[in-house]
Design a protein around this ligand. Structure first.
Ligand code: NAD
Ligand code: UDX
Length: 473
């Protein structure tokens, strides 16, 4: 099989950027060019202010940029020169047409594929890095084969990405496994071996798994569906805890000690967010429906439904605790990102919660250590509604510290588990002093020491924990 010496990555986003920066870092003899149509994004990758925040990313990029890592908008040249091309473009949920609200929009994958077919003059290994429905590789192959130049061969691989945001660099340096799916043909296996050699520069061989294309594609959707299902399961149990006096952290700990269940991904929360879980489950729901498997579709749909229900339930709990009205009250929302250590807000639970708080006529003060102010306005404004931003700004303020957000507030609502919100980091006595009384805290992430804060005077309400006394009454 062929040795890969030049790689092109189409799509300089949350996946393409970090993934291919790490390949360049770990493979000094491979030249990696990451391309995108978005000039502003490429400019940012070439600047001191990278377009995404990810711990450790700056160091990796700075070590190799200009040496064997390049960012460019010259897609044609990068395609022409590469032996291997990653397609790492976005695959959002369709907003209209057939499958609206469920199916993945494969328009970007198709246009990147057509671009490859149009300009490639020699053999290419084309790798699906984007998360796609099962059998997308087949469509890509048809497009490449019917539009490619004579003499140029295309071998398609599936190589899904399992990194999580906030820990992308750590996950890429030491992945649990690397999946490579190929056709079971001489050419397919050779292409898979070429890509496996790239990863072998730093990933132990036994963790680089090769398998059939469709298994690889489906494994990605399956992994995300199972992870999200764990969170919805624990969140469903958190509702039972609140009603009974059981404590969800204790239940998670107890069940997680069973080695068949395991301790990870059992943290109850305000609901999962992020660009992947919901999108990929809905994608699986749509796939199941198209395969005439309505029961299967319904089963996975419930995972998303439970997530929505968790956000509604949390809001309802806040309303009833605050004497059944939020009108005119100030809520300090701490955290807007969908999880800590990222500036990403896609599908963040905070967005939905703030929408509900607004419907209740609350005043909302938001603080997040990493999310840009413009992003928050963008996420909260209803698209297409004239004057919504003006109305929004009457109800919502964005502050530059937790202290400023809590000033005059009736309640603090923890939406993201940023370390700086912990009671070992933030001065809760200082926050308490400036708040309206009774001062409430709603811990949607279970990061606070309830007893310690109650001693200060706070009324503390946590997901999955009731205020019932431990008695037999
Ligand atoms: P993103 O939106 O951050 O980046 C995609 C980039 O592709 C954009 O910058 C866009 O301008 C560019 N692009 C689109 N069409 C193009 C074209 N024809 N030519 C050149 N550039 C083009 O998306 P992302 O978060 O990086 O996700 C990419 C894929 O990876 C998705 O399929 C996603 O499901 C999957 N994925 C994401 C994560 C994650 O944590 N974000 C993790 C695993 C897998
Ligand atoms: C996820 C997958 O983990 C990753 O493998 C895949 O490649 C992309 O999708 P990501 O969305 O970046 O990664 O973050 P993840 O850590 O999975 O968290 C997703 C959401 O679930 C966050 O909102 C997080 O706060 C929430 N979560 C996670 C919980 O509520 N409880 C948990 O126990 C774990």
């Amino acid at each position: 099989h062929k040795k890969v010496s030049k790689i092109c990555c189409i799509g300089a986003g949350y996946v393409g950027g970090p993934t291919c920066a790490v390949i360049a870092y770990k493979c000094p003899d491979v030249v990696v060019t990451i391309v995108d149509l978005n000039q502003a994004r490429i400019d940012a990758w070439n600047s001191d202010n990278l377009p995404i925040y990810e711990p450790g990313l700056d160091e990796v990029v700075k070590a190799v940029r200009g040496k064997n890592l390049f960012f460019s908008t010259d897609v044609d040249t990068a395609i022409k020169e590469a032996d291997l091309i990653f397609v790492s473009v976005n695959t959002p949920t369709k907003k209209s047409g057939v499958g609206k609200g469920f199916a993945a929009d494969l328009g970007y994958v198709e246009s990147a594929t057509r671009h490859i077919a149009k300009v490639a003059e020699s053999d290419k290994i084309v790798v699906e890095k984007s998360t796609v429905p099962c059998r997308t590789a087949q469509s890509m192959r048809k497009i490449l084969e019917s539009n490619g130049k004579p003499g140029a061969r295309f071998d398609i691989l599936s190589n899904p990405e399992f990194l999580a945001e906030g820990t992308a660099i750590r996950d890429l340096f030491a992945p649990d496994r690397v999946l490579i799916g190929s056709l079971d043909t001489v050419y397919g296996r050779a292409a898979a071996a070429s890509l496996a050699d790239v990863y072998a520069n730093w990933v132990p061989r036994k963790q680089v798994i090769t398998m059939n294309l469709w298994s690889s594609e489906l494994s990605k959707l399956a992994a995300n569906a199972l992870l999200a299902q764990r969170i919805s399961s624990i969140n469903a149990l958190s509702a039972i805890c609140e009603a009974t006096g059981a404590d969800i952290d204790e239940v998670s700990y107890a069940v997680g000690l069973d080695s068949r269940i395991g301790p990870k991904f059992l943290k109850a929360s305000v609901g999962f967010g992020g660009s992947c879980f919901q999108k990929d489950i809905l994608n699986l729901v749509y796939l199941s429906e198209s395969l005439h498997l309505p029961d299967v579709a319904e089963y996975w749909r419930q995972v998303v439904e439970m997530n929505e229900s968790q956000k509604r339930r949390f809001t309802q709990h806040i309303i009833s605790s605050l004497f059944n009205t939020l009108t005119g009250k100030r809520l300090a929302v701490l955290g807007f990102a969908f999880k800590k250590d990222t500036g990403d807000t896609r599908e963040s639970a905070a967005i939905t919660l703030i929408k509900y708080f607004r419907q209740e006529q609350a005043k909302i003060a938001i603080y997040d250590p990493k999310v840009e102010e413009s992003q928050i306005w963008y996420d909260l404004a209803e698209p297409g509604v004239v004057d919504d931003l003006t109305a929004l700004k009457k109800q919502v303020t964005i502050t530059s510290s937790a202290y400023e957000a809590a000033q005059g507030a009736d309640a603090i609502v923890i939406c993201t588990e940023w370390d700086e919100f912990r009671d070992t980091k933030l001065d809760y006595e200082k926050l308490y002093a400036t708040m309206n009384k009774p001062a409430f805290i709603f811990d949607g992430r279970l990061i606070l020491n309830q007893k310690k804060l109650e001693k200060i005077g706070f009324k503390v309400e946590c997901i999955g924990r009731s205020r019932l006394e431990e008695s037999f009454e």
